[in-house]
Design a protein around this ligand. Structure first.
Ligand code: KG4
Length: 336
């Protein structure tokens, strides 16, 4: 039987990525050209620079993915592409490339939501997940708790009212002079600190509330740093990192576990760049075991932006008969 092979393209932020996936499961290629080094000197992603680099990289990345997979364009079944949410100029590079390829090769085109892609990283190599599930999506741009009743069927339980979890990590790391992207740097510093050393707030936002807020916590850290600077006191950065991380992780974990319990689901999924955080994984794992919940999360390198996860979400959408037309456009604030 002929394999169904999806080529996926992802350019929503600062990674130019292409992947080839067979039958929704076998990753034949996963190429990621990261722009992190280019944006590092600005302390964050500069949208216009990101678009230009995507334009330079995208064809090379697609060629490399086909080479790595050992296939040609003729072997493809469909093209999937991220069309939102993300930076509009960055998204447009991927969308235009995917449309041009699909048109020239006479292949079906499937539009994929980037957040859905993060969630579907959990299906890479695992097609036996039983619905319903509750999924915590935590990345640089998004923080949301979602209940999934089936493929492509989402109910938003709560989301961040201000900063995303990864964004909070990045901003606090920047204030502490750790560099960019701050998440992984702050996490390794936190390993050497005492999470009980500094009392920082937790934003619970009320009893049955699944929304998140990290800006108060961020301000508390900034105030702490400013006060110390005014008094000329040395800050124990490892303790501050550990205390900040404990505050973020506790709220994320407790709200997720509660949502799973209230919705009566048996499985919890973790997704997005911050899912690479080992403290979040460990604490969520402990709490899920206590509550008899099954916890699934993708391998580290499929947590941060990549195209394999887009191919996987695209495959399930393709199987459901979804097709994009030639009017497919970038949608910067696309909702799930
Ligand atoms: O999923 P992703 O690559 O991009 C978005 O779609 O937003 O996530 C990137 C975010 C950044 O904010 C980064 O600091 C954060 O994920 N991140 C981490 C870790 N690794 C990446 N945050 C905390 N701990 C980590 N180990």
């Amino acid at each position: 039987q002929k394999r169904e092979i999806i080529l996926a393209i992802e350019t929503s932020c600062d990674e130019t990525a292409a992947a080839v996936l067979a039958d929704g499961q076998d990753i034949l290629a996963n190429v990621v050209a990261s722009q992190i080094k280019i944006h590092q000197k600005y302390g964050g992603v500069v949208p216009e620079i990101a678009s230009r680099h995507h334009l330079e990289q995208v064809n090379l990345v697609v060629d490399l993915a086909l080479q790595e997979a050992g296939i040609t364009f003729d072997d493809l079944t469909a093209i999937a592409v991220t069309y939102g949410p993300g930076l509009v100029g960055a998204l447009l590079v991927g969308v235009s490339t995917a449309k041009a390829l699909a048109y020239a090769l006479k292949l079906p085109l499937v539009g994929v939501n980037h957040i859905e892609g993060h969630i579907y990283a959990n299906w890479l190599g695992n097609d036996s997940i039983l619905f319903p599930v509750v999924c915590l999506v935590v990345s640089g741009g998004h923080t949301a708790l979602v209940e999934m009743q089936g493929h492509g069927r989402y109910r938003l339980l709560g989301q961040t009212l201000d900063d995303a979890a990864g964004e909070a990590y990045d901003k606090v790391a920047r204030a502490m002079g750790l560099g960019y992207p701050g998440g992984p740097l702050l996490e390794s510093l936190a390993k050497e600190g005492d999470e009980k050393a500094i009392a920082l707030p937790r934003a619970w936002l009320g009893d049955d509330n699944y929304d998140f807020s990290f800006s108060g916590l961020k301000s508390a850290v900034l105030n702490y740093l400013n006060r110390a600077a005014q008094k000329g006191e040395e800050v124990n950065k490892a303790d501050l990192a550990a205390s900040f991380q404990a505050s973020v992780v506790e709220v994320l974990v407790e709200k997720t576990v509660k949502a799973a319990r209230v919705q009566g689901v048996k499985t919890v999924l973790l997704a997005g760049g911050v899912a690479a955080n080992s403290s979040l994984r460990k604490y969520l794992h402990e709490r899920c075991s206590e509550e008899n919940l099954e916890l699934l999360y993708p391998p580290f390198h499929y947590c941060t932006d990549n195209a394999a996860m887009i191919a996987c979400a695209g495959y399930y959408r393709y199987k459901m008969g979804e097709r994009a037309d030639w009017y497919l456009n970038a949608v910067p604030n696309l909702k799930l």
